[in-house]
Design a protein around this ligand. Structure first.
Ligand code: 23J
Ligand code: MN
Length: 258
């Protein structure tokens, strides 16, 4: 059997499972809030065009209104000023090969339960590599925090008087992954790939700054990372082919053996 014949056979047999890493996308989808001096992204609105009625007796369809960075979504390098002049940096020009890769899942659920501002350090990431092996070429590095168990916008966004509190990557970890590992990008369960307090880091929003400056991607608002092994899953995360798109909502799927 060819590898692809074996894949479809194992999908049929259930020995390869498809895990959906996507949040539902609708009017209740939480959207990131930025300081009021900056423009903000709107929430999702869905307007019926017709629904088996006089506007279209045999068909149902809707108009969507939403920001590119809404719900489970992809961040392209052109999203950030550091990636603006890179080749193939937008949703329509990134080669499709770069949407599929092996998942490395780093579980920091216990640390985040104790500290919502927890940051994955370079040291902790190197300890993960010591246990599971070096992060391979074209990997998606996924930060499993348990944050997607927070249902409801206020718990999920977790905004206090001093801004949002949610976990992420220490700036040196983002630098290491951007410069020392040939990854596709990073994925998180939180609303964005930077920690809640990262607007005040040096540089501001270091994960966006460093990852996109290195031509790498982001995935935000993932869920079901607890259904993935630390290594061995394959993640498919292909954004809409928006012309010069900075990002896109998408369906993120993982193939898991066993
Ligand atoms: C714009 C400004 C800051 C951030 C973001 C967008 C995101 O998290 C995003 O969705 O890319 S932190
Ligand atoms: Mn984004």
């Amino acid at each position: 059997m060819s590898i692809l014949e074996q894949l479809v056979a194992e999908l049929d047999a259930g020995t390869v499972r498809v895990v959906d890493l996507t949040q539902p996308l609708g009017p209740d989808t939480p959207v990131i809030g930025l300081p009021p001096i900056f423009a903000s992204s709107p929430g999702v609105t869905i307007e019926v065009i017709s629904q088996y009625d006089e506007k279209g007796p045999g068909w149902y369809w809707n108009t969507l209104h939403l920001g590119e960075h809404t719900g489970t979504h992809f961040d392209a390098p052109v999203h950030w000023i550091t990636g603006k002049d890179l080749p193939d940096n937008a949703c329509d020009t990134i080669p499709a090969r770069r949407f599929i890769g092996p998942a490395c899942v780093i579980d920091v659920t216990a640390e985040v339960a104790a500290d919502p501002d927890f940051l994955l350090t370079r040291e902790r990431l190197l300890a993960w590599e010591g246990e599971h092996g070096r992060i391979p070429r074209n990997a998606w590095v996924l930060l499993r925090t348990g944050w997607s168990r927070r249902t409801g916008a206020s718990d999920f966004l977790n905004v206090g008087a001093d801004g949002p509190h949610s976990p992420g990557f220490h700036p040196e970890t983002s630098r290491f992954l951007a410069e020392e590992r040939e990854i596709l990008g990073v994925g998180v369960e939180t609303v964005g790939t930077d920690a809640g307090q990262a607007g005040g880091f040096d540089p501001p929003f270091p994960n966006h700054t460093l990852m996109h400056g290195a031509g790498k991607f982001g995935l935000a608002s993932l869920r079901n990372l607890d259904q993935l092994p630390a290594t061995g899953a394959v993640v498919i995360a292909a954004p809409l082919k928006i012309v010069n798109g900075s990002g896109s909502p998408l369906r993120v799927l993982a193939l898991v053996a066993g």
